[in-house]
Design a protein around this ligand. Structure first.
Ligand SMILES: Nc1nc2c(c(=O)[nH]1)N[C@H]1C(S)=C(S)[C@@H](COP(=O)(O)O)O[C@H]1N2
Ligand SMILES: [Mo]
Length: 300
């Protein structure tokens, strides 16, 4: 049975302890001292059973965020003064009860900490303690109609605030992503408003982003302003930009290469040696049922 709270409690580290006592924690985590009372079956599969959190510094200074730039190392500087409050997220479309939430209203639905592996399609990865609300709780508030089959997510389009939207047409704005309704309602799917026990830094998608840990990172859209329930499939910004390379499902799959590179291995931020990439990023026990009978090569 999937734990809704802490799929990898053995990877949880309080941020304050984490920064000051990294070497102690490395030993403690690997020895299992920090494991909680959760039953073993409540944890998501891990590749090595003792994955460490990515350093906060690494997770917040190597980013993908095309609204600012395609250069991963400058995003934190370009985003430094990004104003993310006040902020509203409208949830509408095929719903009985369209609503607009501010960030506090989303957080009141129940914040949880989730330690997830995160795998970018480019081949780098990290392990991040997110803080957020399961998306399914938000959807329960608006009550999808019987026609709703897909969920569209749109990020902010504001060239005055996004340097990259003023200067580049790298993607069609707003950055748009999509999930099936079943994926959106899956208990692992999170609307994150924080990471490492603090508010999301602007470069990581403040004030609210999606986190879908079994899919390539591009599905985890940042700076969300609109969520809409749809009858028809969603065409994402990446599908528009390069349909041969970026599919709708984007499930992490080491056996389906990107047209320009292998997806068999990945490198964790802060590490040198590559490690094997896992099917569904290691969350197969939780999510494989969503894709039962599907050809994962065709529906990549
Ligand atoms: N709005 C928006 N969301 C986005 C992106 C983006 O360019 N714009 N990039 C995606 C990609 S490709 C990845 S890998 C992750 C990176 O998240 P991180 O910078 O927090 O690691 O954000 C995703 N969400
Ligand atoms: Mo990515």
């Amino acid at each position: 049975m999937l734990s809704l709270r802490d799929p990898q409690r053995d990877e949880v580290t309080p941020y304050s302890l984490y920064v000051s006592r990294r070497s102690f924690l490395r030993r403690a985590v690997s020895l299992g001292f920090l494991a909680s009372a959760l039953p073993l079956s409540g944890r998501a599969a891990t590749d090595d059973g003792k994955a460490e959190l990515t350093r906060f510094e690494d997770a917040t200074s190597y980013n993908n965020y095309y609204e600012f730039s395609t250069n991963k190392k400058v995003i934190k500087h370009l985003a430094r003064d990004f104003v993310s409050a006040p902020w509203q997220i409208t949830v509408a479309g095929e719903v009985e009860n369209a609503m607009t939430f501010d960030i506090a209203a989303i957080e009141r639905l129940g914040l949880e900490e989730r330690i997830y592996r995160f795998r970018c399609v480019e081949g780098w990865s990290m392990v991040v303690p997110w803080r957020g609300v399961p998306l399914t709780r938000l959807l329960a508030q608006v009550r999808p109609t019987a026609k709703a089959r897909f969920v569209r997510f749109e990020a902010l389009h504001d060239p005055q605030r996004f340097y990259g939207q003023r200067t580049s047409g790298a993607l069609a704005w707003p950055y748009t992503e999509g999930l099936t309704l079943a994926e959106a309602m899956h208990p692992l799917t999170l609307i994150a408003t924080g990471m490492y026990e603090r508010a999301l830094p602007p470069q990581n998608g403040a004030p609210a982003r999606l986190v879908v840990p079994w899919k390539y990172g591009y599905k985890s859209i940042k700076a969300i302003v609109r969520i809409s329930l749809e009858e028809q499939p969603v065409v994402s910004s990446w599908m528009q930009a390069s349909p041969e390379e970026y599919g709708f499902y984007a499930n992490v799959n080491p056996d389906v290469p990107h047209p320009r590179w292998s997806q068999a291995r990945e490198v964790r931020l802060g590490e040198m040696r590559k490690r094997p990439t896992l099917l569904f990023n290691g969350y197969g026990n939780e999510v494989a049922d969503l894709y039962r009978g599907m050809d994962l090569t065709k529906h990549a």
